[in-house]
Design a protein around this ligand. Structure first.
Ligand SMILES: Cc1ncc(COP(=O)(O)O)c(C=O)c1O
Length: 428
């Protein structure tokens, strides 16, 4: 597989290089030079999840790299296919939260960890990643205990749910966590600074496990196929996906699935009030506002770092951006949506999935099958969900077992000099 840097097309790398590097020169994202449609999509849809995912990823990555790819996929996806739960005649929930950290990030982070393990060999690597919520947990757990790999997770202090924080800030060992006194965008900017600093980058073998890493993105392609495969064949003709979006990795993966030949009638981009993209799609003016904290905190992103990949894909495929549907929901509307889903269908949704469900309603036409991505377990947002819905949902074991552990995080201002010294001190 060859990839190029979106900001400098002369920089071309293999899959292994792109996984190791994360970002290219000038902080450019890597993008596949070719996405060839796959043959026999119906045959592919008939396969079990892991076998189908192995074929999809082998097709994307090619036969000349990653001899251990099939093994990596089987081990990364060992927690099983994501269930597709029908909640009404026209609508199903793609439940992506049955992995070890109860969020969709488990797919990408675990696949990336297994790829890096094979690619890195004996070289020392530092994973530096920013999280607005679930990435931190998924990455920390995926890499916990791996030899030669240190992890440093940055997150905005006070802006991730207390249970989420417990999930990834209590591990210790090769996992360091830093509560940054700022926003997620500040954390993301710090990661970019680190990648721009040659001495830090090479000195500590810097790698980002954010959704900018191509391995994470490619892993996520697989569950779009699973969602369609789970529908009866006669309902696969007119599928509409609604994707709760923050950094736009998930929707990029869905669009890659479409480029591979998966039949999708429409993608719906669903955001909270941090709605840079829905506004952009209407006005074609890129005008990020200051990031506002919301109930769906993992989507509190006003400068989504994967958006250039979406635009690139539309450009190379000759698709029209006008075909992307989009909408945003305020916190009040999100709460109302959660209550309506419960009242109408008895389904408990957390804020991110509820936004996707709600925006989906605006675009469903007769004969469509709508699938919204339920990206995290409601229990990860227990206090919010219980308060809004009047429920008392059970804490799954993955959360219950960590709830009483002390937080091991360090704390700092969003200051590159401070983080630089910290990284060199701790990871060299
Ligand atoms: C629960 C949840 N839903 C949705 C998203 C948004 O996904 P993306 O950043 O790929 O757009 C995130 C991202 O962290 C998340 O944690």
């Amino acid at each position: 597989m060859q990839l190029y840097n979106i900001k400098d097309h002369s920089e071309k790398v293999s899959f292994a290089q792109a996984v190791r590097q994360g970002l290219g020169r000038h902080q450019g994202l890597f993008f596949p030079s070719e996405i060839t449609p796959m043959d026999d999509i119906d045959g592919l849809l008939a396969l079990p999840f892991v076998e189908r995912s192995q074929k999809i990823l082998r097709h994307l990555i090619g036969s000349d790299e990653m001899p251990g790819l099939e093994e990596a996929v089987a081990s990364a996806f060992s927690f099983g296919a994501p269930p597709v739960v029908r909640i009404s005649d026209q609508v199903s929930s793609l439940e992506l939260f049955h992995g070890p950290t109860l969020a969709f990030k488990d797919f990408g982070a675990r696949f990336m960890a297994r790829c890096l393990e094979q690619i890195a060999g004996d070289r020392k690597i530092t994973i530096l990643t920013a999280t607005s919520g679930d990435t931190g947990a998924a990455v920390a757990h995926a890499f916990f205990g791996l030899k030669n790999i240190n992890v440093c997770v940055l997150y905005p202090k006070g802006k991730v749910s207390p249970l989420q924080e417990k999930l990834f800030c209590t591990l210790g060992g090769n996992i360091r966590t830093v509560a940054v006194r700022g926003t997620f965008d500040d954390c993301q900017a710090l990661v970019k600074e680190a990648f721009d600093d040659e001495e830090v980058r090479t000195g500590i073998g810097l790698n980002s496990a954010n959704s900018i890493n191509i391995s994470r993105l490619l892993a996520q392609v697989c569950y779009y196929f699973e969602a369609v495969a789970a529908l009866p064949a006669e309902q696969r003709k007119s599928v509409v996906f609604s994707v709760p979006s923050g950094n736009f990795g998930d929707v990029t993966a869905g669009l890659i699935a479409k480029a591979l030949g998966l039949r999708v009638k429409r993608f719906v981009i669903s955001t909270n009030v941090n709605d840079t993209v829905p506004r952009y799609l209407k006005t074609r003016v890129w005008d990020p506002h200051e990031t506002v904290p919301t109930l769906s905190n993992a989507m509190d992103v006003s400068r989504p770092n994967n958006w250039p990949r979406v635009e690139e894909l539309f450009k190379v495929k000759g698709w029209d951006l006008g075909d992307l549907a989009s909408g945003m929901r305020t916190d009040e509307e999100t709460k109302a949506a959660m209550r309506k889903i419960l009242a109408d269908t008895k389904y408990v949704s957390e804020p991110h999935g509820a936004i996707a469900w709600s925006v989906l309603q605006d675009f469903l036409e007769k004969g469509d099958q709508g699938i919204f991505l339920e990206t995290a377990a409601p229990a990860k947002f227990k206090s919010v969900v219980d308060e809004i819905l009047g429920t008392d949902i059970d804490l799954p074991e993955a959360l219950a077992s960590r709830a009483g552990l002390p937080l091991l995080s360090d704390e700092m201002d969003p200051d590159w000099k401070e983080l630089r010294a910290y990284l060199l001190r701790n990871e060299a």
